[in-house]
Ligand binder design. Structure first.
Ligand code: HXC
Length: 510
């Protein structure tokens, strides 16, 4: 018995030391925390319950039978964030570079299975050199087991990936199938193949940072949803982020008490939209002025900035926000914005999060680069996502709602539950100038006539009244009233039940 207790202590000590002091120091020197230090920050104090600390790999080749570290490079278990259950795995770069062995994969799969069965979010802290090279195909099999579970968990429990070190090869595909990816600036990378392989195959010379650093993935590729300055900030913000999410797809997010009055009137909103329709304004200012306590948790702030997405709360309830941004590309919808919006809407719909849409959109972006890039297919994603969503949908048209983009942005016709407009709304097939140039083409060149026609068109169509006379808009009101109108609408929709026809799954244009 005593022997066993001694052995237990010895193994636990070895597990906690991971790859040893020298490697821990190396990790710290890079500005990175260890796998366990990260969990200490992520989880509520003393809430972590560890499993599989004594798991070891089973490889024998390349002297691996001599190198066994209890835990095998990943710390797994469950704990609490803001008092709520979460499952976690945290890869330990000090043990074989956090690489994934068969046993390491089995540990991750165990917590994933529990997360799905018990209905709680899964958070993965990734810091891994990919498949454990010494194990060969066995480690590839391990990855595939994780991938399969990512897919089965998708839309069942929220899955969040923090990328906190180099993630190469298989290490990027599991995060890619989760709901959100957060990266740490300057110390994390994601690529399918690293700079050396790129050089051999394509003769391109590129640094790891350029190829797959946090900046690249948050600005260019759109792979990362958020980036943070360091490990601590990433972990603390993940805690805040979790407060907006429900535990699983069967329940709603918890409400958070607020002292912000439902009927709070924000008079500055009345002058926020410029008189001149060609002048921009910041849609985030509108969101902040209406949200509970001005709080808005934006996702992908540096990618496809012509659409803004994120979470906020109205009268304490989590709301997903999708908004055209007039400050960037005049708020036009392009390929990247459509994909960004569509994926977010599908997350909200899967997890019972109501959607508030703010519309100020001149249309889809014209041009060969968009058409050749497939704006038809990608724009359809946004339309598809809105049309299939059955969560409460409240739409506010602040200014332009032109053409197909009017239809797409959660219009009444695709089951918008409540559709509002400010008096500044312009709801029409297209803007006055474009319209006049088409229907009065013969008058082009006659400035006076064109001006008269444009004025005529503007008076007739550039307003919310025709749409409201048809019931496509439920109410028009002065902007300062907006918070109350939205809070009442979402409260009214709280028990909304709507089902789509039975099918195996839909076929969104991928
Ligand atoms: C085993 C690994 C490893 C791996 C790193 N190590 N990656 N051990 N299998 N995949 C070990 C190193 O030998 C080293 O051990 C320690 O981890 C730290 O690695 P360093 O190279 O010293 O660290 P660093 O300079 O920071 O570089 C990190 C790295 C690099 C960029 C991740 O190690 C690297 O390129 N590793 C290989 C990446 C890779 O090609 N993985 C396979 C992908 S294929 P010591 O003992 O010295 O501390 C794949 C297929 C799955 O994943 C596909 C599914 C779709």
């Amino acid at each position: 018995m005593n022997e066993n207790i001694k052995e237990l202590e010895k193994k636990a000590k070895a597990a906690k030391l991971g790859g040893g002091r020298a490697r821990i120091e190396k990790q710290h020197a890079k500005g990175k925390l260890t796998a366990r230090e990260r969990l200490d920050i992520l989880l509520d104090e003393d809430s972590f319950q560890e499993w599989d600390m004594f798991v070891e790999h089973r490889a024998v080749d390349f002297g691996m039978d001599e190198q066994k570290i209890p835990g095998d490079g990943v710390v797994t278990g469950y704990g609490k964030i803001n008092g709520k259950l979460v499952y976690v795995f945290s890869q330990d770069f000090t043990v074989f570079g956090g690489s994934l062995s068969e046993a390491h994969a089995e540990k991750i799969c165990k917590v994933m299975d529990h997360a799905v069965r018990n209905g709680a979010p899964l958070i993965g802290l990734n810091d891994s050199g990919g498949a454990r090279i010494q194990e060969g195909v066995v480690s590839l099999g391990g990855y595939a087991e994780v991938f399969q579970r990512n897919v089965l968990a998708s839309g069942v429990v929220p899955q969040i990936s923090l990328v906190m070190g180099p993630c190469a090869g298989g290490a990027v595909y599991s995060p890619a199938m989760t709901d959100f990816i957060f990266m740490v600036e300057d110390s994390s990378y994601m690529f399918v193949t690293g700079p050396e392989v790129v050089k051999t195959v394509t003769h391109e010379e590129v640094t790891a940072e350029e190829l797959g650093g946090a900046s690249t993935h948050s600005r260019k590729s759109g792979v990362a949803d958020l980036t943070f300055k360091n490990d601590t900030e990433a972990l603390l913000m993940t805690r805040e982020f979790l407060s907006y999410l429900p535990q699983n797809n069967k329940v709603k997010s918890s409400t958070v008490a607020t002292d912000d009055p439902v009927e709070r009137e924000e008079s500055s909103l009345d002058t926020l939209v410029p008189e001149d329709p060609s002048k921009p304004y910041d849609i985030k200012e509108v969101i902040n002025k209406i949200a509970d306590d001005g709080e808005f948790f934006e996702i992908q702030p540096n990618y496809a900035q012509n659409i803004v997405i994120g979470f906020t709360r109205l009268n304490g309830s989590t709301i997903g926000v999708v908004a055209n941004q007039p400050l960037v590309l005049a708020g036009c919808l392009d390929i990247n914005a459509s994909i960004k919006g569509a994926r977010f809407i599908r997350f909200c719909d899967a997890f019972n999060i109501p959607i508030w849409t703010l519309v100020d959109v001149p249309g889809f972006m014209p041009g060969t680069s968009q058409e050749h890039g497939g704006i038809i297919k990608h724009g359809a994603k946004l339309l598809f996502a809105y049309a299939e969503a059955t969560v409460p949908k409240v739409t506010l048209i602040t200014r332009k709602a032109y053409g197909g983009a009017y239809d797409v942005m959660s219009s009444k016709h695709i089951r918008g539950d409540v559709n509002f407009a400010w008096p500044s709304a312009e709801i029409a097939v297209m803007g006055p100038k474009g319209a006049v140039e088409i229907i009065f083409r013969k008058d082009i060149g006659d400035e006076q006539k064109i001006e008269k026609r444009t004025k005529e068109y503007r008076t007739k169509f550039a307003n919310p009244f025709i749409a409201a006379s048809r019931g496509y808009i439920d109410d028009i009101f002065l902007p300062h009233k907006t918070r109350g109108k939205l809070c009442h609408s979402f409260e009214m929709l709280n028990n909304k039940k709507q089902e789509n026809p039975w099918r195996k799954h839909d076929n969104i244009p991928l």
